[in-house]
Design a protein around this ligand. Structure first.
Ligand code: SF4
Length: 348
């Protein structure tokens, strides 16, 4: 299925004002790139996870059109004998039934209401979400079950779902991490060919924090010699602080097979002078040693303290809308109250 606006019209789908609006705002990089969307139902929505700080993940889409050169998912594609090169992200699996499956899984007596992390393997707010609304449907399902959830994304489209997120946060722990490895224009353009501008992500973060959602910045991956200069790190932490981030953490690039070949190929084109250093740094290993990692992480922690981000964990949820506000939301032309009643309300 072609989910672009033109494609939907061609295929006879009815107009979708919300999807069209978000398509205009966030989708232009992908239009005309020949992305294939495969609607394939899933048998399970929740994936058990080992060796991470959480036990369950959920991904409404498989594959990611953002196609970051450093994407760690390329490793898993490579391991599954699927293309991890430039073809990665050109065919997206859409789990069209995921919210129904999730609802059944959450209703099982054996389910222990553990944290569910959305977006650990693909961006849940990639362009297809503007059309399919699967991430939103999963959020509604988790909210209805009062289940804790956490989202990782590079997609500002998340602001569309502030209403569901605030509702969910009143019932259980909710947090959002925006991946913002850098605000350096050149690094962003060369390594993240289809994501929204990092400052657009931070504007979205500010909207979430304003609404009382716990929203952090994940500076990952930081690229040695490319985005780890002290002034570059400071710029991200300062921008995160200005946006109101409730936390910040950092991690450096790791290169497992699949990601490694693709990243180094692009590095040779974009920063050829860096190639020898990377070949040496990552010789025989996927993860950098503490001697390289620690100074960068410590620098970010120090900046977070300097800007007071580490102390900003507590946020206050916006109060639930008054019934009157709700009725205004569905009735754009509210009835005028009698003059006397209006006067009484003002006086009170
Ligand atoms: S947004 Fe995340 S999942 Fe998508 S390509 Fe980039 S790193 Fe990979």
């Amino acid at each position: 299925m072609d989910v672009s606006r033109a494609g939907r019209q061609r295929e006879g789908h009815p107009p979708d004002a919300i999807a069209d609006r978000y398509e205009r705002l966030f989708y232009h990089p992908c239009v005309g790139m020949g992305i294939e969307y495969r609607e394939e139902p899933c048998k399970s929505a929740l994936n058990p996870v080992k060796g991470m700080g959480f036990k369950w993940s959920l991904n409404p889409y498989m594959g990611c059109v953002h196609r970051c050169t450093f994407c760690y998912v390329r490793h898993f594609e490579h391991r599954s004998d699927r293309p991890a090169d430039d073809r990665y992200g050109t065919s997206i699996r859409v789990k069209a039934n995921i919210a129904d499956v999730l609802r059944k899984e959450l209703a099982r007596p054996s389910w222990r209401h553990e944290l569910v992390v959305i977006g650990a393997a693909t961006d849940p707010y990639q362009p297809a979400e503007g059309r399919y609304h699967l991430t939103r449907a999963c959020l509604e399902t988790l909210r209805d079950a009062a289940n804790p959830l956490s989202i990782i994304t590079r997609g500002p489209m998340i602001v569309r779902d502030i209403d569901v997120l605030t509702d969910a946060a009143r019932r259980a722990d909710v947090s959002v991490t925006f991946s913002v490895p850098t605000v350096d224009e050149e690094v962003w353009r060369k390594t993240e060919p289809s994501t929204a501008h990092p400052r657009q992500r931070l504007r979205a973060l500010a909207r979430l924090v304003e609404a009382g959602i716990n929203a952090r910045v994940g500076m990952a991956p930081i690229l040695p010699g490319i985005s780890d200069k002290p002034e570059q790190l400071r710029e991200v932490v300062r921008a995160a602080r200005e946006a109101g981030a409730t936390g910040i953490w950092a991690n450096l690039l790791f290169l497992r097979p699949g990601t490694r070949e693709h990243f180094l190929e692009h590095l040779a084109e974009d920063w050829p002078e860096q190639l020898p250093q990377y070949q040496e740094l990552y010789a025989g290993r996927a993860y950098l040693g503490a001697d390289v990692m620690k100074p960068v992480k410590q620098a970010v922690s120090g900046l977070a303290r300097e800007y007071g981000i580490a102390d900003r964990r507590k946020v206050r949820l916006a109060p639930p809308p008054e019934p009157e506000q709700l009725s205004l939301a569905v009735d754009p032309v509210p009835k005028r109250a009698p003059a006397g009643a209006r006067g009484r309300r003002r006086a009170g």
